[in-house]
Design a protein around this ligand. Structure first.
Ligand code: ADP
Ligand code: MG
Length: 216
């Protein structure tokens, strides 16, 4: 990645807040995520993500450290969600863990490294490329935007806001695409015109990260 100029940090509490905010957004939009998945999948993305994040929060180690928390969160998602999204989000969090380290204040550069490692994990596990109409279409632009913003010297709050904005753009861009990975790919051309459920939940993931840094 590029040089990070920001001297910002994200605290352990803010990382925990991120997981809570993500869980809240997933639960608030559970029906919507399921509706999206009913159009091009099997109508379980909302319940998968809701069940998974509820289990994550139930089993989260109370006091960190961050690397242990994210490893545990990832393992919980893999073991509690049957669908494709569980192992993929699980891989994302598990791969983030090493770069987060065990301190209370995680440097912006470490968070950016962790996000990149998470994305790389999702890609190596799911083998989706950009434009395959998956969560990668929101996640890759979001990680790129966070890195770019930090490299330009912006604050971590601004960088994660840019990440959320890029995720929203990637999510919208899935609508006209033909799915090439996951269940939606079984529909071929008929998957066109529908927003990808996983790109939608990934947008919540980055919106939750930005919100956690806003102290909301
Ligand atoms: P399932 O498809 O097993 O029912 P979910 O409905 O919970 O699982 O999740 C579906 C979402 O998972 C899709 O909208 C897509 O974003 C994502 N997905 C599926 N397969 C892949 C893959 N190989 N790589 C990346 N993301 C994928
Ligand atoms: Mg599904």
């Amino acid at each position: 990645m590029g040089i990070v100029n920001s001297s910002d940090t994200i605290s352990l509490d803010q990382l925990v807040e991120w997981l809570h905010q993500f869980s809240t957004l997933v639960n608030q939009n559970k029906g919507y995520l399921t509706d999206l998945d009913s159009a091009i999948g099997d109508a379980d993305h909302g319940s998968n993500m809701s069940r998974g994040m509820t289990a994550v929060l139930d089993q989260l180690p109370a006091d960190g450290p961050a690397d242990a928390m994210f490893k545990k969160a990832g393992m919980t998602l893999v073991s509690s969600v049957g669908g494709a999204s569980g192992p993929l989000y699980g891989t994302f969090f598990m791969r983030m863990a090493p770069a987060l380290g065990s301190g209370n204040d995680i440097p912006a550069e470490s968070l950016a490294t962790a996000l990149r490692a998470g994305l790389d994990g999702v890609i190596s596990r799911g083998k989706a490329a950009l434009g395959d109409k998956t969560m990668v279409d929101a996640m890759a632009p979001a990680v790129d935007a966070v890195e770019k913003s930090l490299a330009e010297g912006e604050s971590l709050a601004d960088a994660t806001r840019a990440g959320a904005e890029a995720a929203r753009g990637g999510r919208e861009a899935t609508i006209p695409l033909v799915a090439r990975k996951g269940r939606a790919s079984y529909l071929g051309e008929r998957s066109k015109g529908h927003q990808d459920p996983g790109a939608t939940s990934t947008t919540y993931l980055f919106e939750a990260l930005a919100a956690s840094l806003d102290g909301v």
